[in-house]
Design a protein around this ligand. Structure first.
Ligand SMILES: [Zn+2]
Length: 396
């Protein structure tokens, strides 16, 4: 499908090709629209920060095996860490400027590229990489908002999965691990709030004992795909530790400084991994709105070339991602090639189609061809290419 490749010099890092990156961006834009609807603002934070920041957060003692660090160099004695998480950066954005209880909930999102030193034996295509992009967000709230905001995140995560045909979703509740920061009293509070949200959601769940993050308990979402395989994707984590460690506060109704609670939230989890799961789930037959190349206009004879160019231009005018195949090859050869490349729609044009302004449509995986007027065919494809959330918004 010419989506991506890996090579030895960059273990666990994806070289996205143009088509793969188009798919990646379609997914990113989908999440961007969904989280804007839910009141998130999008930010961008530094790729590297001083190692000392990660000592303060507690990452260095508990998580340093997973981190990439720079070497000291002359003129700058500091060691920098390439971020394995976006959380500390988002807390810095929260801290910049005085915050009031009226600013909460404050929802900060980032398509954050993170690096983690996964052992090379664990690397597995797009499904386990070292460099990946989280559809990450941090929600700064008061203690009394934990249950309500967790439930909102939970509902949006489930709605997003159903847009990709994942309706069989299990939720795992992971409580305190042995290796952790923070007092037990704080953990008690965080776990109780998460449990309340979980029960209010009405979904079946299981306890994942001791599997929480080192800074707080979490909910994890496990999808079952078309052929019954399970994939863990999104998470929501309550964090009563990190904002305090990094000195974040807001001013409450009584003018007191209060440490906010932070929810960590990812819906796809890793964009790279979710892309891999989708390719498996759809067995390469991506729905039209996600297909990097939605249609190919293929000519039967050379004298249909001008008409083919016209069809391509008209399709692009409607926002469709279309290419032409005007090579001097047999049409069966072209059909086979584009089917192998999983192109969802093939628009075949010859002398007759050109004369009568028709196209012969052949859909991936189907034997039959349907001859239709050009405008009608393109309008139907353009309609099918509308993302599910945009379609819902139009209908509302
Ligand atoms: Zn986080």
């Amino acid at each position: 499908m010419d989506l991506f490749h890996f090579q030895e010099e960059a273990p666990g890092s994806v070289f996205w090709h143009a088509k793969g990156w188009t798919l990646f961006q379609a997914l990113e834009n989908y999440i961007r629209r969904r989280q804007q609807d839910a009141g998130f603002v999008e930010v961008n934070s530094p790729q590297m920060m001083d190692r000392e920041m990660w000592v303060t957060t507690g990452h260095i003692p508990t998580y340093s095996d997973m981190m990439f660090l720079t070497a000291k160099r002359e003129g700058d004695e500091r060691v920098y860490a390439i971020k394995p998480m976006n959380c500390p950066g988002h807390v810095q954005i929260f801290k910049n400027g005085l915050k009031s209880y009226r600013d909460l909930p404050l929802k900060i999102a980032e398509f954050g590229k993170v690096h983690r030193f996964e052992p090379s034996g664990a690397l597995h295509g797009l499904l386990r990489v070292r460099a990946f992009t989280q559809d990450d967000a941090h929600i700064f709230i008061t203690e009394s908002q934990i249950a309500e905001e967790t439930l909102k995140v939970n509902n949006q995560i489930l709605s997003i999965y159903s847009d990709f045909g994942f309706t069989d979703v299990r939720i795992k509740f992971s409580d305190r691990p042995d290796k952790r920061i923070g007092d037990d009293a704080v953990w008690d509070k965080a776990e109780a709030a998460l449990m309340a949200a979980l029960q209010a959601s009405g979904r079946p769940w299981t306890l994942n004992k001791g599997e929480g993050a080192f800074y707080g308990p979490k909910l994890e979402y496990v999808l079952r795909d078309a052929i019954g395989r399970e994939w863990q994707c999104g998470t929501v984590q309550v964090d009563l530790n990190l904002p305090g460690r990094l000195g974040a506060f807001y001013i409450d109704e009584n003018s007191n400084k209060v440490t906010p609670v932070m929810l960590h939230r990812a819906m796809f989890g890793s964009m790279e991994r979710f892309t891999g799961i989708l390719i498996e789930h759809y067995a390469g037959h991506l729905p039209l709105w996600l297909s990097p190349l939605q249609a190919v206009v293929a000519t039967i004879t050379l004298d249909a070339d001008d008409y083919a160019r016209e069809v391509i231009a008209a399709a692009r005018q409607l926002g469709l991602r279309v290419e032409g195949d005007l090579r001097n090859e047999k049409i069966n050869y072209k059909v086979r090639e584009h089917s192998l490349a999983k192109v969802p729609a093939l628009l075949v044009v010859g002398k007759k189609e050109a004369a009568e302004r028709l196209v012969s449509i052949r859909r991936l995986g189907q034997e039959k061809q349907e001859v239709m007027p050009l405008d009608e065919a393109l309008a139907a494809l353009a309609d099918e290419a509308v993302p599910p959330d945009v379609r819902r918004a139009k209908a509302a």
